[in-house]
Ligand binder design. Structure first.
Ligand code: COA
Ligand code: AMP
Length: 639
């Protein structure tokens, strides 16, 4: 670390590792507890210890009630801005409290109790956020499933979480396309073995859906009845270590991992992060352009801004096309946002349409201080372009669904450190990040290795996977004993700056969305004409990476390969969903393999990305790589 810097970061970070209980114990004072934790950290609890053991609290209280009690009732909690539905709506903290109390009472009256699971399959509408808070209020565990996933993916999550209730809307609105959610949900429930007791359906005027009698409730009628009858649910005392939510994320197989987030640690870390990581003050307007279906949406559209008493912009639209590449500047200017947090891909999309940044002209960005990027590697070109047109610091930070907040960032509230392009800067408090080799031996500065975090992980990080302790241990803790495996590879420079270079598993990052190529391969293999296949992520100017599937057809197949490729593309859309952005299937005669039969996916990717590659010594037949090169060239990839 550069000792010349005036940042308070080095001292605070060092203390967080030297005295974690003292550090996080102090941060926990910013939260209202029903009963204070008996221990800040209990090494003997859980799999690697647990934070705030014995504490009793309620996340909804801390996000909503507390602020109304403290006089923030008239301040906007959410500003819903939806260019796709032509709607804007401001919800004050006082209004939010009324809505959440009524919705929580509705859930309770439908039989939802503490610990029950509720799945949300919804677009970016305020009702979805009210519902998440309503669950938190009564201690029900919510699990939000992103709307771009197909019925089969939703069914897998239903079978794992076994929700009593599912909340949905009649449709989502994508530019130029209305996505009818209800038929997708009906199909998912049909596919799932575990059936919910009921469904609450929010009808949207863009496409109303038919109700399934005996199972579906109309959202608007339930809301109206609850408000009319003055129904209200109080905050239920929740044990700090109990789950607030489950969020499924891609794993190394097709079966997603149910990341568990607890109440206490989550609140403490997120509250700290709003000033520590982002330099935001209570009362300020903050905007995260993501979706509540992703962790970024959970943490920084819903929970962190509310825990901090901020106004959070809820945007249902895209960076481009709704209606143009000036949409982000309009939202910042109209609502007086002091910061924006989004994925680099959004900025690449804007840059592509408006390279000169002409749309910035005439927008009032006077309050705007910082742009934060995360979710995928922020390429220096995009960072420099954004700095140039916005004239504010552009801050990359690195985190995962598993952690719920930044592992590495530039601590804006502790006086920022100098930016190094290509680096998300330094480890955040509580994360003892190391770069190690296969034997867990630390690598010298500048040398690539696996990025691991010394246990225990700080508050908010997952204590386990939903009802899968063994899978948690095996996936994250087994390979590097004593450490959490991030499954990212990279290096640290001599100043302690981290550089995140890519995943060590089969995960790819498409437009900031995390997807498993293994999951896609399972779908490709299910096609009756496919003998074997491999899916790799190839570089894409806009989305960072896109999946590319190689298929080898079974002997004797007479159907034209172009037809099969089209079927494969449709199959992935049908089984995983449009979010997979799977548009490229290439038929080849054989796949490159090692002599022991391992498919050389890494080399195929390098050929597609025109990166230098060496012939693997263990390759079975080097000629196959030439064939792959020719096939890729035919589709405009490789050289
Ligand atoms: N419901 C249904 N379908 C959805 C969806 C949703 N909530 N979200 C996306 N999709 C669909 C899209 O319409 C698209 O369908 P198509 O194949 O028919 O065009 C497909 O899923 C792929 O979506 P995406 O990869 O997002 O591409 P896009 O072209 O629609 O948009 C960006 C590209 C860059 C504009 C967009 O990805 C974006 O804004 N990303 C940055 C913000 C973000 O959400 N980051 C994630 C976490 S921080
Ligand atoms: P998700 O769980 O969807 O948030 O995806 C987490 C993964 O996205 C990480 O493991 C990284 O591979 C990647 N990622 C997230 N943020 C960054 C970043 N700032 N730089 C590089 N990769 C990132």
């Amino acid at each position: 670390m550069d000792t010349k810097t005036k940042s308070r970061y080095p001292e605070i970070y060092a203390r967080s590792l030297r005295d974690p209980e003292g550090f996080w114990g102090e941060q926990a004072e910013a939260i209202d507890w029903i009963e204070k934790p008996k221990k800040v950290f209990d090494n003997n609890a859980g799999i690697y210890g647990r934070w705030f053991v014995g504490g009793v609290c309620n996340t909804c209280w801390n996000a909503v009630d507390r602020h109304v009690k403290a006089g923030r009732g008239k301040q906007a909690a959410f500003i819903y801005d939806s260019p796709v539905s032509n709607t804007k709506r401001t919800i004050t903290y006082a209004e939010l409290l009324d809505e959440v109390k009524a919705f929580a009472a509705t859930l309770r009256d439908l039989g939802i109790r503490q610990g029950d699971r509720v799945i949300l399959y919804m677009p970016m509408v305020p009702e979805a956020l009210i519902a998440m808070l309503g669950c938190a209020r009564i201690g029900a565990i919510h699990s939000v499933v992103f709307g771009g996933f197909a019925p089969k993916e939703l069914a897998t999550r239903i079978d794992d979480a076994k929700p009593k209730l599912i909340l949905t809307a009649s449709c989502g609105i994508e530019p130029g396309r209305i996505v009818a959610y209800k038929p997708l949900l009906d199909e998912a429930i049909r596919l799932a073995k575990s059936k919910p007791d009921g469904v609450i359906l929010l009808q949207r005027p863009q496409a109303e859906a038919s109700m399934t009698s005996g199972r579906d409730y109309d959202w608007a009628s339930l809301r109206a009845a609850a408000l009319r009858d003055g129904k209200s649910a109080d905050c239920v005392p929740c044990v700090a270590t109990d789950p607030l939510y489950i969020l499924y994320t891609s794993g190394t197989t097709g079966i997603p991992k149910g990341v568990v987030r607890d109440h206490g640690g989550h609140m403490v870390a997120l509250k700290w992060s709003m000033n520590g990581v982002y330099g935001i003050q209570p009362g300020e307007t903050w905007w995260t352009a993501s979706d509540i279906g992703w962790v970024v949406g959970h943490s920084y559209i819903v929970y962190a801004p509310l825990l901090h008493g901020c106004t959070s912009v809820v945007y249902e639209g895209k960076p481009v096309g709704t209606p143009d590449a000036g949409a982000f500047w309009r939202v910042i200017s109209e609502h007086g946002a002091v910061a924006l947090f989004t994925a680099p891909t959004a900025f690449r999309a804007i840059k592509k349409e408006d390279p000169q940044g002409k749309h910035v002209a005439g927008k009032n960005l006077s309050k705007f201080r910082t742009l934060f990027l995360a979710g995928e590697r922020a390429d220096p070109d995009t960072i420099k372009w954004a700095e140039n047109i916005l004239k504010v610091p552009v801050i990359d930070h690195w985190w995962q669904t598993e952690t719920g907040w930044a592992i590495a960032g530039n601590p804006m509230g502790l006086d920022p450190l100098p930016v190094k392009y290509g680096s998300p800067t330094v480890a955040m408090p509580g994360y003892d990040v190391k770069i190690v080799d296969e034997q867990s031996k630390e690598m010298p500065a500048g040398k690539m290795g696996s990025i691991v975090v010394k246990l225990p992980l700080p508050p908010s990080c997952l204590p386990t996977l939903w009802q899968q302790d063994e899978r948690f241990k095996e996936s994250y803790l087994a390979e590097f004993p004593g450490y959490y495996k991030t499954a990212d590879a990279g290096f640290k420079d001599e100043d302690g700056y981290l550089f995140i270079m890519g995943r060590t598993d089969d995960i790819i990052n498409v437009a900031g969305h995390r997807l498993s190529t293994g999951g896609m391969e399972e779908v490709l293999s299910s096609h009756p004409d496919v003998a074997e296949c491999a899916v790799v992520g190839v570089a894409d100017e806009l989305k960072g990476e896109v999946p590319c599937g190689f298929i080898v057809l079974k002997a004797g197949v007479t159907k034209p390969s172009a037809e099969i490729e089209k079927e494969i593309v449709a199959l992935v859309r049908d089984k995983i969903g449009p979010v997979a952005a799977f548009k490229l299937a290439i038929t080849v005669n054989r796949l490159p393999k090692t002599r022991s039969g391992k498919i050389l996916r890494g080399t195929m990717k390098k050929i597609a990305d025109k990166e230098p590659w060496t012939m693997p010594a263990t390759i079975d037949d080097p000629a196959v790589l030439d064939e792959i090169g020719v096939a890729l060239k035919g589709r405009g990839y490789g050289s």
